[in-house]
Design a protein around this ligand. Structure first.
Ligand SMILES: CC(C)(COP(=O)(O)OP(=O)(O)OC[C@H]1O[C@@H](n2cnc3c(N)ncnc32)[C@H](O)[C@@H]1OP(=O)(O)O)[C@@H](O)C(=O)NCCC(=O)NCCS
Length: 186
């Protein structure tokens, strides 16, 4: 694997790139968005929490070896950072993917476009063998992206996290193997 910064992955409508301090306002716009954080274990953020997050992402980009690739998702036409996407690199060529976007940008294909680009990079450039992701079982948008990426629902982890509404929430585990990714691409 060679997860060397700086990252710059371009898709038809998006640029997945390293965060910069100038992204604070754009990142905060979605990090304080109640709809965006509904199924997340963080947020809605204060401006200070977003500043800390941004600082951590910029610092983690310098780590060697890099085990966390957290990228800003910039909308090419407007220049706005509309969300973020991350790839966690684990032993044995395992990786996990996660993403979040501001609600004004939902349902326009950006989530899938960004996730597909980073998943392709994971398999084709980083030599990932297994890519996994989790989400709240109520988060239909999140697992729709996993389905569309060719990930398979491997199971339901029961009551592993507290729910915002009180009580506990269940989590789906999804994954796709490199062989399955290649077979779909062929
Ligand atoms: C989940 C999220 C990333 C989806 O992003 P998006 O840009 O709206 O997704 P896309 O437009 O690329 O849609 C991809 C597919 O999911 C479907 N989809 C998107 N949102 C959906 C929803 N709420 N319910 C059902 N399907 C949905 C789309 O119809 C599309 O399928 P199709 O191509 O077959 O029509 C976005 O809603 C989000 O950022 N949510 C808040 C953060 C979050 O929950 N992140 C995931 C944490 S695990």
């Amino acid at each position: 694997m060679d997860p060397t910064p700086p990252y710059s992955l371009r898709t038809e409508r998006l640029l997945l790139r390293e965060f910069t301090p100038d992204d604070l306002d754009d990142v905060h716009a979605y990090a304080c968005d109640d709809a965006t954080v509904r199924y997340m274990d963080w947020g809605p953020n204060t401006l200070e929490q977003t500043r800390v997050f941004l600082g951590e992402e910029i610092e983690r980009a310098q780590a060697s070896p890099r085990t966390h690739i957290g990228l800003a998702v910039q909308h090419l036409d407007s220049g706005t950072v509309i969300g973020s996407i991350r790839l966690g690199l684990w032993p044995h060529h395992n990786a996990d993917i996660g993403y979040s976007f501001g609600s004004p940008w939902w349902r326009r294909g950006y989530g899938y476009e960004a996730a597909h680009a980073l998943a392709a990079h994971a398999f084709e450039a980083l030599g990932v063998h297994r890519l996994w992701a989790t989400c709240d079982t109520r988060n239909a948008g999140s697992y729709a992206i996993m389905d569309k990426l060719g990930m398979r629902r491997e199971g339901t982890i029961r009551q592993n996290q507290p729910s915002r509404d009180g009580g506990w929430r269940d989590t789906y585990l999804y994954a796709v193997l490199a062989s399955e990714w290649r077979a779909r691409a062929a």
